[in-house]
Design a protein around this ligand. Structure first.
Ligand SMILES: [Zn+2]
Length: 322
C-alpha cells in the first residue's frame, strides 16, 4: 500500500487554489490598472482635447471637470484627489480659473509635475479688466491664436514626461496647431458676416472677453469674470437699457451657468417694449458631451460662433459651412 502524504496533497490543493485565485484576480483587474502609459490629468476638457491629440496613443488622458461643470466653483472630490495623486502630470489653465483648486495644486506639486497651460502666453496679450482687481481674465481659450501657446506647453511637458516619443508629440502638435489656424480663420470669416454695429455679445458671465477682442465683438456679461458673484438687479437694468437702445437681436445662455440670469434680462427687455431672442446655448467654461461635435475644442468654438452669428444676423448657420 502506497503511503499518501496528506500534508503534501493538502499543500498542493492550497497552492492550486491560491494560483487560480490570483489568475482570477488579475483577470478582474481593469484595463486602467494594466495601462502603463503616463497618466495625464487636465482640469478642463479644452486642455484634455490638446493632450488627447498631441499625446495620441502614448498617454492616458483624462479631464476631471466634465460637460457643464463650472471651473470657477469646482472643488475636488475624494475621488478626484485620488486620481490627481495617481497622475504623472497635472495640467490646468491657471490665471485663477480653477479658483478653489489652488491648495490642491500646491500640495500635488510636491510629488508630481503640475503645469499651467497659460504660463507661456505673452502678458501683453492677457486681459486685465478693471472689475477683476488687477487679475487676468482666465478665459484664454476663446482667442484661438492665444490658445496656441497652451499647445506648446502640453507638447513640451509630454516630451519631458516621455522623451522616447518626442518626435510623435512634435508632429501631432504641429498638426493640432495647423487645425487651430484653420479654426481661427473660420471664426474671423464668420464674425465678418455680422454688421459692426450689431457685433455685441451678451451672455450670463464675461467668458467671452478674449473672443470679443480677437474677433471684433463688444462683450457684455451679467456676472463679471467669475460666476462666484450673483448678478444683481442693477446689472439686469443696465443690460436691459443697452439692449433696448441698440436694438440688439439676441442674447445667449451658457452651458455652465444657470439660464435664469439671462432669462431675467429677456423678461426685463420685453417689459420695455423690445423683443430680444435667446440666441441659443454657448459653451463657455466647459465643452459639450464626449462623442458629440461640441465635445471637442474645434466643435465647441465652431458651435459658438455659428450660434452667435446666426442669431445676431437672423440667418441661422447650417452645418454646410463647417
Ligand atoms: Zn468663466
Amino acid at each position: 500500500m502506497k503511503y499518501i502524504n496528506f500534508k503534501r496533497v493538502f499543500s498542493a490543493i492550497v497552492l492550486g487554489i491560491l494560483v487560480s485565485a490570483s489568475v482570477m484576480l488579475s483577470a478582474c483587474k481593469s484595463d486602467a490598472d494594466l495601462d502603463t502609459r503616463p497618466r495625464v490629468l487636465s482640469t478642463v476638457g479644452m486642455i484634455d482635447d490638446i493632450v488627447k491629440n498631441v499625446g495620441g496613443k502614448y498617454v492616458n488622458a483624462k479631464a476631471i471637470m466634465g460637460p457643464g461643470v463650472d471651473p470657477h466653483l469646482f472643488q475636488a472630490s475624494a475621488g478626484d484627489l485620488k486620481s490627481l495623486s495617481e497622475a504623472n502630470l497635472i495640467l490646468y489653465v491657471g490665471l485663477h480659473l480653477e479658483a478653489k483648486m489652488t491648495d490642491v495644486f500646491e500640495k500635488m506639486a510636491s510629488k508630481t509635475k503640475v503645469a499651467a497651460v497659460s504660463s507661456r502666453m505673452p502678458k501683453d496679450r492677457l486681459v486685465s479688466p478693471p472689475e477683476f482687481d488687477g487679475q487676468y481674465d482666465p478665459h484664454v481659450w476663446f482667442d484661438v491664436g492665444l490658445w496656441m501657446h497652451a499647445v506648446e506647453v502640453v507638447r513640451d511637458e509630454l516630451s519631458k514626461l516621455d522623451p522616447s516619443h518626442e518626435t510623435e508629440f512634435n508632429q501631432n502638435a504641429q498638426d493640432y496647431l495647423s487645425m487651430l489656424e484653420d479654426l481661427d480663420f473660420y471664426v474671423n470669416e464668420m464674425a465678418s458676416r455680422v454688421p459692426k454695429s450689431q457685433r455685441v455679445l451678451i451672455t450670463a458671465h464675461d467668458a467671452f472677453g478674449y473672443f470679443g477682442r480677437a474677433y471684433g465683438f463688444k462683450v457684455l456679461g451679467l456676472q463679471g469674470i467669475s460666476t462666484e458673484s450673483e448678478a444683481g438687479t442693477k446689472d439686469v437694468q443696465h443690460l436691459t437699457n443697452y439692449i433696448v437702445k441698440h436694438k440688439i437681436k439676441a442674447i445667449f445662455v451658457e452651458s455652465s451657468v444657470p439660464a435664469r440670469t439671462i432669462q431675467a434680462v429677456q423678461a426685463s427687455v420685453k417689459s420695455k417694449g423690445w423683443n430680444v431672442e435667446i440666441g441659443g446655448e454657448l459653451f463657455a467654461d466647459a465643452m459639450g458631451k464626449a462623442g458629440t461635435k461640441e465635445g471637442t475644442y474645434d466643435g465647441m468654438v465652431r458651435h459658438n460662433v455659428n450660434t452667435i452669428v446666426g442669431a445676431l444676423t437672423g440667418q441661422p448657420i447650417g452645418d454646410e459651412v463647417e
